[in-house]
Write a protein of this length. Structure first.
Length: 555
């Protein structure tokens, strides 16, 4: 569709109608005392508001022009008229829904789209509406609202936004979808109660059928529900006799396993301290607050949707060893004949994947980390030996579907007291953020945080670009693990080589990951706060996921 100019007032009639529709939805969301059965409906309006805002951003309504430039949108004149009619019909329907309370609303809602958009940008006007919504919240009551009309209005809203999105180009639709994903992911991140997550799951199911973040909401809700039922989960502790170790995987500590006489499983290990310890959590604390919660996190079959394995349960290997054995199941679609490969082992193969496959792999690993942080978990051991593939006999590796495993050091992001020094294997310390390469009691050592995982992702992206481990890339430079980050930035050739290998956009993503909070954070915001997590999520989506997604590879 051709780009058409838009200059009437500041954003014109089109912008005013759009702003009026947004304002109408916000008024609905201000309604108080809704019955519990309708809380999900109100959440549905919030999701649709996010979709409509994403559409407005996608077509250019929320992008202020440079000084002296005209305001333009990426939607043609004829389609703009159709969009205006759709938005005006939507606003009128909501107004009819609220008609019994419209007098009260007018007492508070004095600002009009026309007045504001003639003076200030639409974004500023919408911030004013946010303030107005808070004032309305004490005025609007559910008492005069008909529930059936509310549900019907939500259906109309959903259909209207579907039609609006259909008016845009395929590229704009993809951009809108990414923005919608971010809105939904933020809701999954900030909600922690089982009820709210359950409502979010059902609302997402209605909003986006088959949408990955719908599964993510269910994933987190199921985890929280199991945690709420009991402080101990006996079903997750398996009998030693039910698990048999078979063959070692890739000379690693992973073992192929048989569970209850069935193949298609493997085990990984989590060490625990013996006796009294003043450094870090005890065995009992690790079992209750890490192992059991980890099993809760990975117990759902929906775990495959975010490219992490399903964990069946765990075994205490004592007295044979002082560690827990975590049992994982092959993903759906993988046969029991599939060979488990790590990314580290694939670097040793003579056959090198083409650039398109490497970009797909980078996107997939970054996306999985994004999802893990969304449900509130830190991985703490993101390395190429913890990225798995399931290679079927006589078939090649599917690089676009890696599985992130190696959760032996993982923990919930809000449990700093459970933090342990990430125990990298010899030769694999290069993946760890320099701030983690100190003793547990060293003064100034920070608890592990999400950007440390992002740093590890940056190292993996370097390896994917060159298709070799970082130690081989840096061979001959005598760089110690805690010097890696400084060396990469001090000597330009290391990062410039990435640009030569896979392109400047990919190089920029790597720089962003290695810089961490400096690039992805916000001034005056604490990284470990909820606000900090939201900033990190938003910036990671824009500066990492979106940039990787936009890399085009000529075939």
């Amino acid at each position: 569709m051709e780009t058409a100019g838009l200059v009437i007032g500041a954003v014109g009639l089109f912008g005013q109608v759009f702003a009026g529709a947004i304002k109408a939805i916000k008024i609905i969301r201000s309604i108080q005392d809704a019955p519990k059965d309708f809380e999900q409906v109100l959440l549905g309006f919030q999701l649709q508001e996010g979709r409509l805002m994403s559409w407005g951003q996608g077509v250019g309504l929320l992008q202020a022009p440079a000084a002296g430039d005209e305001w333009r949108t990426s939607i043609g004149q004829q389609d703009r008229w159709v969009a205006q009619d759709l938005l005006e019909s939507l606003r009128s329907e909501i107004q009819q829904l609220l008609k019994p309370q419209i007098t009260k609303a007018k007492e508070v809602a004095r600002l009009t789209a026309e007045q504001e958009t003639n003076e200030k940008s639409l974004n500023h006007w919408l911030r004013q509406v946010e303030l107005e919504q808070k004032r309305l919240s004490s005025k609007l009551s559910w008492a005069t609202i008909r529930g059936d009309r509310m549900t019907s209005c939500l259906h109309s809203l959903t259909t209207t936004i579907d039609n609006l999105i259909s008016l845009t180009s395929e590229r704009t639709q993809r951009e809108i979808l990414r923005k919608v994903n971010l809105v939904y992911a933020e809701l999954v991140l900030v909600h922690n109660s089982v009820d709210k997550l359950g409502q979010l799951f059902h609302a997402l199911s209605s909003a986006e059928k088959g949408f990955t973040l719908t599964r993510l909401a269910h994933f987190k809700a199921a985890m929280k529900e199991r945690q709420a039922k009991s402080s101990f989960h006996p079903k997750s502790q398996l009998s030693k006799d039910s698990v048999d170790l078979l063959d070692l995987i890739d000379q690693d500590e992973r073992w192929m396993a048989r569970y209850e006489d069935r193949n298609g499983f493997w085990v990984e290990w989590k060490n625990y301290p013996t006796g009294n310890t003043s450094q870090g959590p005890t065995k009992e604390e690790i079992e209750r607050f890490i192992i059991q919660e980890l099993v809760d996190l990975l117990a759902e079959e929906d775990s495959y949707a975010i490219q992490v394995p399903q964990c069946i349960g765990y075994v205490d290997d004592h007295p044979r060893s002082d560690r827990f054995c975590l049992l994982y199941k092959y993903p759906k679609g993988a046969t029991t004949d599939a060979r488990v490969r790590t990314l580290l082992s694939l670097f040793r193969d003579p056959q090198r994947p083409d650039l398109a496959d490497r970009i797909e792999l980078a996107r997939a690993v970054a996306q999985t980390l994004y999802y893990l942080h969304t449900v509130g978990w830190l991985h703490k051991a993101l390395r190429s030996d913890n990225i798995l593939f399931f290679e079927e006999p006589n078939e090649g590796v599917e690089y676009s579907t890696p599985y992130v495993s190696g959760f032996d050091d993982a923990r919930p992001s809000g449990q700093d007291q459970m933090s342990q020094v990430a125990g990298a294997k010899e030769g694999l310390e290069y993946y760890q953020h320099p701030d983690t390469l100190t003793g547990f009691k060293d003064e100034g050592r920070k608890p592990f945080r999400a950007t440390f995982d992002v740093y590890s992702l940056g190292i993996i992206l370097i390896e994917i670009a060159h298709w070799k481990p970082l130690r081989e890339i840096l061979r001959g430079s005598a760089v110690r693990p805690w010097e890696v980050r400084d060396t990469l930035f001090r000597e330009p050739r290391w990062l410039q080589d990435i640009g030569f290998a896979v392109g400047r956009a990919y190089e920029d993503v790597v720089r962003t990951c290695l810089q961490g909070w400096t690039s992805l954070g916000a001034d005056g915001v604490e990284e470990t706060s909820t606000e900090g997590a939201l900033h990190l999520m938003t910036n990671f989506e824009m500066m990492v996921l979106e940039k990787l997604h936009n890399i085009q590879v000529s075939v």
